[in-house]
Design a protein around this ligand. Sequence first.
Ligand code: 13P
Ligand code: SF4
Length: 350
Amino acid sequence: MNTNPIAQSTDVPVIEAWMQTHLIHLVPEFEIRLKAELAAQINRLKQERDAVILGHNYMEPALYHAVADIRGDSLELCRQATATDRRVLVFCGVEFMAETAKIINPDRTVLIPSQKAGCSLAASITVEDVRELKRRYPGVPVVAYINTYAAVKAEADVCCTSSSAARIVASLNRDTVIFIPDEYLARNVARETGKTVIFPGQAAAGCPGAKTFIAWHGKCEVHELFGVQDIEDVRRQFPEAVVLAHPECPPAVVEAADFSGSTSAMIRYVQEHPARQYFLLTECAMADNIIAENPEKEVLRMCSHRCPHMAQITLEDTRAALDKMQYEVHVPENIRLRAKASIDRMLAAR
Ligand code: 13P
Ligand code: SF4
């Protein structure tokens, strides 16, 4: 997690000077003044509204660096959402993240700047799908990736994020686990925890009691696009580059990478390692955010693969969110309480 001093400034020249120093190679110069003005207005509105902005690591650089008070991966933002005493939480991320913040903060107003910020993983599974899995495999614990909507979390036993998945599965101490909805995350975590992946209707491989993940065919529409060929091409041209892949990437990509971890784990890896050149297989805005704070590092990325949902969250919409107090996130109380139990179990697992 990453708190942010520049996001407290309401002084356009101060913000503009910071952007000129850190974002000049990432944001066209003519846009810097405009973005600095927007950022100053947002930071002023935050004070007036008693609000805090939580920004996922995939937010565009000006928003991420100049207005997000708290920054991080899904797990860190989930933990930090309860640590603030502000009345209003503005979630600059996608819908399931804002919903998670509301689930654990029912007494605060939670806003999301756009109603179009979905997620292909969250959309891949319905509450009826989970109920059917539970009917088919009675008594088998359900682990739901945080990239799911509240009703699905409410049907699960425990949630996980990319940074906590292996730990959560180990904490269950069960041979068979239903792990939904990301097929690739399931395969990557299964490899790490010595499990075999099957899909509903398939027989478990190996001897009775074989360690098994019952998975789902959900995919991240961004990370599924990366291939081993991309890594080979980059290694040929840049033999020194260290390759980092998010665990939502296909297993062959994760195996071919030098490191795989959550968005924050990848940021830390770049900050803490001496190598000068990195290739990041994840949303391209995150590479921009790393470059802004680590100018001595070169970060290669494939900006042809963008998350269209994260890109919905702009500075303009964030200002409008605070100005008009829109769009408020609501979760029905009967769903919220059960979803919260799954999130609480995730947060409690060590
Ligand atoms: P992190 O939990 O690693 O931040 O990932 C969230 C996500 O949606 C990645 O695509
Ligand atoms: Fe969902 Fe993929 Fe976008 Fe993350 S990058 S929010 S998993 S669609």
